[in-house]
Design a protein around this ligand. Structure first.
Ligand code: MTE
Ligand code: MO
Length: 165
């Protein structure tokens, strides 16, 4: 008696997409495979979660700085003070989000080796979405997984009453 040997293969879930938005000359919609176009870095990190204790992971991916710089933040790159007014809002698809300052990742300032991970412990993040990796953080809360939006924001007036329109 013959039997069907092949089951229909369920369609693969779509690739996650990351939107780079805000005060950028070149906003972009990137997949995790797109992030392989930048130089790749590795980091072994340990961080503590308030609820589940210490975690150890190995990540690889481009520097957040390299990816955002290529999106063209709307500051004058030759003026260091101009860059100090920019924030980077990193958000997961579940709404968890954190703010970094541009100066935190800028080589002229704190130069933190923050990664936009394309893989965790050897597993690609193509469908889960990229993950923020801050090797210098003791706490795990900024290791945002499933990032779907990174917004660069340079609209910070020096005084609240200076806000216009
Ligand atoms: N998208 C998203 N990322 C997140 C969180 C979250 O709630 N949503 N929690 C953070 C916290 S509090 C910790 S400690 C780490 C936990 O990482 P792990 O799941 O690899 O242990 O993920 C971080 N990344
Ligand atoms: Mo946590």
């Amino acid at each position: 008696m013959s039997q069907s040997l092949t089951q229909p293969t369920p369609p693969a879930p779509p690739l996650a997409e990351l939107a780079l938005t805000g005060d950028l000359a070149r906003p972009a919609l990137l997949t995790v495979p797109d992030l392989l176009a930048w130089p790749q870095h590795r980091a072994r990190v340990a961080f503590e979660c308030a609820t589940s204790g210490v975690r150890h992971h190995g990540f690889e991916g481009p520097l957040l700085y390299d990816v955002l710089r290529d999106a063209g933040p709307r500051f004058d790159p030759s003026r260091r003070k101009d860059r100090l007014r920019f924030l980077v809002v990193v958000a997961g698809a579940d709404g968890h989000h954190a703010l970094l300052t541009w100066a935190e990742i800028d080589p002229d300032f704190a130069d933190a080796p923050v990664l936009l991970a394309v893989g965790i412990d050897g597993t690609p993040l193509d469908r889960a979405g990229p993950q923020l990796v801050l090797p210098q953080d003791r706490c795990g809360a900024r290791h945002i997984s499933g990032i779907d939006t990174i917004r660069v924001d340079g609209r910070h007036p020096s005084r609240p009453d200076a806000v216009t329109g």
